[in-house]
Design a protein around this ligand. Structure first.
Ligand SMILES: Nc1nc2c(c(=O)[nH]1)N[C@H]1C(S)=C(S)[C@@H](COP(=O)(O)OP(=O)(O)OC[C@H]3O[C@@H](n4cnc5c(=O)[nH]c(N)nc54)[C@H](O)[C@@H]3O)O[C@H]1N2
Ligand SMILES: Nc1nc2c(c(=O)[nH]1)N[C@H]1C(S)=C(S)[C@@H](COP(=O)(O)OP(=O)(O)OC[C@H]3O[C@@H](n4cnc5c(=O)[nH]c(N)nc54)[C@H](O)[C@@H]3O)O[C@H]1N2
Ligand SMILES: [Mo]
Length: 772
């Protein structure tokens, strides 16, 4: 194995040559302290963030360690909290000044920057404005319409959840949907890690990752595929840096050189900060073409076979394979038959570079595989994950200390929402137990995923939509084409903290219900309440807010869900909404009774430092799969793309900047990619710009190249030269969501293929008009 450092760094192109973390991240936080009008005391609140007894950050799902740093938050966690705790208010006077049609034309940034929502608001079609309402009016109005819709068809209402709401809220919300009569519980997870929930479960029996934090103290190698740590889970850089310092090898596969995976300077380490020292994170950084991970992984597996052959065995863990897995012969045959030339063609990488990583893998005893949206958001996303699992299983790297597969989840409680019953898949929920506990018969038919919910809005079969947080209409594929369809709804109810585009897509009746954020005090009949969430490593944490709420009219999410439920559902002596809202510990008792194996002594362990682990059978090498074993998969294709690029088309990857949280745009800097510009850009490498006959700075239109009878375009995008593989164009989410066809999703889980959209480029600029 050579010691040569792999670098495709191109100094002539925009890139961030400072380490992630460092002064840049501190000054970015300082800028937001100045810009976003935080209310007094925010620094104190930040000090309690992610600490036992404090509140859990509303940004990413990375785990909260038992021995937190003095300030256990990152640049983005600080931004999210400052954003939540702004002094700005978006109240009845604001809505009196603007019609909803006007607001529909505003950019996302302008809507959210108005500040915290303060009052329940009802849409008044006569004036085309949101007008102030009382909570009683809101619940009565919503309940009456939901009952009307149910009388015609209880399946025609969708209960969406974005992954922030607590375990307590989520449990009540899922119960509300089932008592109402459907399993229409799509979650932001449907656009995100559903590929994990379905694809990883298929091959390991576990819908979630198998690692815990201490595994990062023992691993010899960490592989990153399609996860942008510096931007999306920056606190993870601390254990990563520690692993690196003790000699762990790190290898990254990503079409983009993401700063956080290149170098890191710890903003909480005065020595690193003052001396300008930094830690090099990735030993090898391979810029593969988007959608080519299946081929890379086939190459890595192939190399393992080659080395095992060369050494006469001992490299593949044959005992583990025999005892714990199924599907080996077909897998082995498929990989041996795969040609290196084909792997090189698809990935754009050199055989030697892939082979070298294969050697590092074979020389490492304990290996962790990390992944994110770069694997999940593809047409063959589930195959990406199955191939990753293949590689790890070959050397018994699942179910062992210091080894495992570790998806990095998105929203701070998205994994937990699935754990406590928010799922459109009834087979994943203990419905018999729920029926017994609450004396009713819950529906057994499969509910709508995000894709089907959107289809239902388009074809008119969805009559009502309830959004527990999020910005559904902006996060989905085919945004733009779907916008006008929302008008057909009988009811649109949005529970939210700040104004966004989804709130402007009103139906015949619409309500905007403002709720507390996690850092705010949640006072109920028995006193201040705590809530809980599950992080990416399956640890459950309590969270308690202490701040004065932004408005006296705000209510907690459990209160709002219960309010809707009481006004909608027939009385049931076993369903005690008022008692539960008065004391959330009772909701935790219900969660424990429903899921006794995961939530034993839930209330006692609520504030255990570092959280408590909900358990994971695959970690114990108990495989709850169809075969009762971990499953090897023989790939039926080497590309995760639905449509390969050709002479005229490219693969569009939609990404996040480090100045946004999903559809919430904090600002227009993408510091970690070295871009200080607006977001209306499209990036590609200079050779591609030349070949396409374009020039830097020119405005172009991207057109979707999927032929399904629809025209999908986004114009006014400025061309920027960037260090990217051939055939690849990069642009921001959610601005380019109108280019993603609704039907373009992972085969198994229906997660939209946001990272592999075939597009053409038109040089003449033409802005897409909003048709309404
Ligand atoms: N600051 C901030 N934090 C966030 C969020 C945010 O918007 N802002 N969002 C939260 C949410 S909901 C989620 S789900 C997570 C998302 O976090 P990530 O999983 O990191 O998701 P993305 O940033 O969309 O893309 C991940 C990476 O995949 C790479 N990539 C794209 N296509 C491919 C491919 O085909 N193969 C490989 N190997 N790599 C590819 C991209 O270049 C990018 O670096 O972050 C969470 N945390
Ligand atoms: N092209 C493209 N599209 C994507 C992706 C991509 O990578 N590319 N990523 C996908 C992914 S991974 C995800 S998770 C989805 C995200 O989809 P969503 O989760 O639906 O969207 P967010 O932007 O996170 O939602 C932001 C809104 O949530 C509300 N909010 C914030 N905090 C709270 C709270 O505490 N309670 C309540 N009730 N409301 C709150 C605010 O009103 C805010 O405007 O987008 C998906 N869409
Ligand atoms: Mo996500």
């Amino acid at each position: 194995m050579t010691d040569r450092k792999q670098t495709h760094q191109r100094d002539d192109l925009p890139h961030y040559d400072q380490p992630s973390g460092g002064w840049g991240s501190l000054s970015s936080v300082a800028r937001h302290m100045g810009q976003d009008h935080p209310s007094p005391g925010v620094i104190d609140t930040l000090r309690r963030q992610n600490k036992p007894g404090g509140h859990m950050c509303t940004s990413c799902a990375w785990t909260k360690p038992p021995n937190p740093h003095v300030a256990e938050f990152c640049e983005n966690g600080a931004k999210a909290t400052i954003w939540d705790l702004t002094r700005d208010r978006c109240g009845p006077d604001f809505f009196a000044r603007h019609t909803v049609s006007e607001l529909r034309g505003w950019p996302d940034y302008e809507l959210e920057i108005q500040g915290r929502l303060t009052h329940p608001m009802r849409y008044d079609p006569a004036s085309d404005k949101y007008v102030e309402a009382t909570w009683d009016e809101a619940f009565e109005g919503i309940g009456a319409t939901l009952r009307e819709i149910r009388a015609k068809n209880p399946k025609s209402v969708v209960f969406y959840a974005s992954g922030r709401a607590s375990l307590e809220t989520s449990y009540l919300y899922a119960l509300l949907a089932r008592l109402y009569g459907n399993n229409n519980l799509p979650d932001s997870s449907n656009m995100c890690h559903e590929t994990t929930s379905v694809g990883l479960k298929k091959v390991t029996g576990s819908p979630v990752g198998t690692c815990v934090l201490s595994d990062f103290d023992h691993c010899d190698m960490i592989i990153f595929m399609g996860q942008n740590t510096g931007t999306n889970s920056p606190r993870f850089l601390h254990p990563l840096r520690a692993a690196k310092k003790r000699g762990c090898k790190i290898v990254t596969f990503n079409p983009v050189r993401e700063a956080g995976l290149v170098t890191f300077r710890d903003p909480q380490n005065p020595v690193e900060m003052l001396a300008g020292k930094e830690t090099v994170i990735s030993d090898r950084y391979l810029q593969l073409k988007p959608g080519s991970d299946v081929a890379v992984l086939a190459g890595l597996c192939k190399r393992v076979f080659e080395i095992d052959d060369e050494q006469g065995g001992g490299v593949i863990d044959r005992q583990f394979v025999a005892q714990h897995t199924s599907g080996w012969p077909a897998f082995e045959a498929a990989i041996r038959a795969t040609e290196w030339a084909e792997i090189e063609r698809i990935t754009g990488l050199r055989r030697d570079d892939i082979a070298e990583v294969g050697e590092m893998y074979c020389n490492s005893d304990k290996v962790i595989g990390i992944y994110g949206m770069g694997l999940t958001q593809h047409v063959h996303g589930s195959l990406n994950i199955a191939m990753y699992v293949n590689l790890l299983l070959m050397r018994g790297n699942i179910g062992r200390e210091g080894a495992g597969i570790s998806p990095v989840r998105g929203h701070s409680n998205v994994q937990g929402q699935r754990t406590v019953g928010i799922s459109e898949k009834p087979e994943l929920v203990p419905l018999d137990r729920i029926d017994e506990m609450f004396g009713f018969e819950s529906p057994r038919d499969t509910g709508t995923t995000t894709i089907e919910a959107v289809q239902g809005v388009l074809d008119g079969s969805v009559r009502g939509f309830v959004g527990l947080g999020g910005n559904f209409a902006r996060a989905i594929p085919d945004q733009g084409r779907t916008d006008p369809a929302w008008q057909k709804l009988d009811l649109n109810v949005q529970i939210a903290t700040k104004l966004n585009r989804s709130h402007t897509l009103v139906g015949r009746e619409a309500w905007l219900l403002p709720c507390l954020v996690r850092a705010e005090m949640d006072m109920q009949a028995t006193g201040p309440q705590a809530v809980s969430m599950e992080d990416s490593l399956s640890m459950i944490h309590g969270s308690q807010g202490r701040r004065e709420p932004a408005s006296k009219m705000l209510r907690s999410e459990p209160f709002i869900v219960a309010g809707i439920a009481k006004a909608t559902l027939d009385p049931n002596p076993k369903v005690k909404w008022d008692d539960w809202v008065g004391d959330y510990a009772l909701i935790r008792d219900l969660i424990e009774a429903t899921y006794p194996d995961k939530f034993e002594r839930f209330n006692d362990r609520l504030f255990q430092p570092g959280g408590f682990h909900k358990g994971n059978p695959a970690r114990e090498r108990q495989w709850q799969t169809e075969t009762g074993r971990a499953i090897f998969t023989a790939p039926d294709t080497l590309s995760a793309l639905g449509q390969a690029p050709d002479a005229q088309s490219y693969t569009l990857v939609t990404v996040r900047s480090n100045d946004q949280f999903n559809t919430t745009i904090y600002g227009f800097h993408d510091r970690l990619r070295g871009l200080e510009t607006d977001r209306q850009v499209v990036m590609m490498n200079p050779e591609m710009i030349a070949r396409a006959g374009l020039r830097e700075g020119q405005e172009v239109t991207l057109c979707c190249a999927v032929e399904d009878g629809e025209t999908r375009e986004v114009g006014g995008l400025r061309v920027i030269a960037y260090d990217l593989p051939d055939d690849t164009v990069l642009a921001y989410y959610p601005e380019t969501n109108p280019l993603v066809p609704l039907g373009y999703h992972d085969r198994l889980s229906k997660t939209p293929a946001y990272k592999g959209v075939p597009v053409r480029i038109r040089g003449l600029s033409r802005r897409i008009s909003r048709h309404w």
